[in-house]
Design a protein around this ligand. Structure first.
Ligand code: XIL
Length: 481
């Protein structure tokens, strides 16, 4: 339910208002959804996705593509968007293989994660021998070229992949040798190249919270967030193969990264012999963390895996669902359903008495949300303090923001407590559209029917701050009318 479209959110708000009109001050209580029968549908119930790596060369195999299209609603190109594939000669870009996967997915309504832009591995030959400013400039040119081609089309990019050693220090590579700032330069370049796509750092062996590499990556993300280096997400590859296995503190790792104000995702999951307990456990850890936005397995059938000798995936070589498939599906189905409601096509009347409105008790003329991205186009939903999405919020006819739930505090999906951002309308207009009136109510001076916030996605709750960085003790909810 956290991934509703603007229209969907609006409809939910209207549905909530309609329900209240009938039953008075009752809350909108999510009803239990039916168990879904595919991974993608099951994940969608809690606002997440379920993805797979796709090898373009296998799409002609109908058994493969049938399972992929049926089960997954996110894909990652296994190799086709890597530097050696997309820029085989310097400044000569080739998107044939990447586009094949993108077009296959897009025509089926499946989203795509971009993987990957800057990496020590799978560099084209011409790049491998480069160094210094020549390499730095080539990296920047590569990011611009590839992101420019896919601008506005992808859900996320793994901007930088695998840049840390196991002990938490930086991996020595030709990219690292261009200067320690190469990662932040990559992210800044990426943000400018496509402001609408989520920018992720991606790595393996960062699942165990007490591991040196995890801590090293954590400190970098923390540093980036504190200095305003653009980063939206951390991808944990989650290869529980090759000797690795699910750590007991995996959920702690996910929630700790998320607390920095980034989304987290499991991006390349495979598990030795497809252990059902590990698959269920890693899925449960994700669904327990509101900002864990989705899971991607690194291939469809065991025979498609880069580690096929470990039979690590959810389908066997014959395309049959394995026990691990069922264990994952069951956890996803138990994750908590999205709310249901009967959409109505037109805005509704002001809510009945008993609703609340937001009051700013200080004289600031704007309200902020801490630590969210200022990038134009990034949006988050408003949540109540219980983490429920904004089906509980709607506009009255005079465009005051009201809340139906009885909660007396207001949170927003977002991140920690430093840099403030403005609240924007759903059209991406900044907060010149919002006024704090002399009586303290917040009104929208345009006719938008939903309210967005620049920032990141789903689940993490933050307080609303005023423009001076004061926390939301300055805003309170009072009964309307
Ligand atoms: C792997 C692919 O699965 C293989 O086909 C290829 O030969 C090597 O790369 N971490 C990553 C992925 O980020 O890109 C890697 O994919 C697996 C490890």
């Amino acid at each position: 339910m956290r991934r509703l479209t603007r229209h969907g959110r609006y409809r939910l708000a209207v549905a909530a208002a309609s329900a209240l009109a009938v039953v008075g001050a009752a809350l909108v209580v999510p009803s239990l959804a039916q168990a879904a029968s595919t991974l993608g549908a099951a994940a969608t119930q809690s606002g997440r996705y379920f993805g797979t790596a796709i090898a373009g060369g296998r799409l002609g195999d109908s058994a493969y593509s049938t399972i992929a299209a049926r089960e997954f609603n996110m894909v990652t190109a296994e190799n086709e968007m890597k530097p050696d594939a997309t820029e085989p000669q310097q400044n000569v870009f080739n998107f044939t293989a990447g586009d094949q996967i993108y077009n296959w997915a897009n025509s089926r309504g499946i989203k795509v994660r971009g993987h990957t832009l800057a990496w020590h591995s799978q560099q084209p030959g011409w790049m491998q021998n480069m160094s210094g400013s020549t390499l730095r400039n080539a990296m920047i040119n590569h990011i611009n070229g590839v992101m420019g081609h896919y601008r506005g089309k992808l859900a996320a990019w793994d901007v930088v992949n695998e840049a840390f050693n196991e002990d938490g220090s930086r991996r020595q590579s030709n990219l690292q040798a261009t200067g320690n700032d190469w990662i932040e330069v990559a992210f800044r370049t990426a943000r400018a190249a496509d402001p609408s796509v989520k920018l992720c750092y991606n790595d393996y062996n960062i699942e165990n919270w007490s591991y040196g590499k995890t801590q090293g990556v954590y400190r970098m993300i923390q540093d980036f967030r504190s200095r305003g280096v653009p980063i939206d997400c951390v991808g944990l590859q989650t290869h529980f193969t090759g000797g690795s296995s699910l750590p007991g503190n995996f959920q702690t790792t996910l929630s700790s990264f998320a607390a920095l104000g980034v989304d987290v995702a499991l991006t390349e999951v495979d598990v030795t012999n497809a252990s059902t307990t590990q698959y269920a456990g890693l899925t449960q850890a994700c669904v327990n963390v509101p900002r864990c936005i989705g899971i991607t397995v690194w291939g469809v059938r065991d025979s498609d895996s880069w580690r096929s000798n470990e039979s690590p995936l959810l389908f066997d070589g014959g395309g049959n669902k394995k026990a691990a498939y069922t264990s994952v599906l069951n956890v996803l189905n138990g994750a908590g359903p999205a709310p249901t409601g009967t959409p109505t096509p037109t805005p509704t009347t002001p809510p009945p008495g008993g609703a609340n409105r937001i009051v700013g008790s200080q004289s600031g003329r704007c309200i902020d949300v801490p630590n969210s991205s200022r990038t134009n186009g990034t949006r988050v939903q408003l949540y109540d303090c219980h983490g429920q999405t904004n089906q509980q919020w709607t506009w009255t006819a005079n465009r005051q923001l009201t809340v139906y739930a009885g909660s007396m505090c207001l949170d927003a999906a977002g991140s920690g407590n430093s840099a403030a951002v403005q609240i924007y309308s759903c059209n991406g207009q900044a907060n010149q559209q919002w006024n704090v009136n002399s009586n303290g109510t917040i009104t929208g001076v345009q006719s938008g029917r939903c309210l967005d916030v620049w920032g990141t996605a789903n689940g993490q709750q933050v307080q609303i701050y005023d423009c001076n960085g004061q926390a939301n003790q300055q805003f309170r909810l009072v009964p309307v009318g």
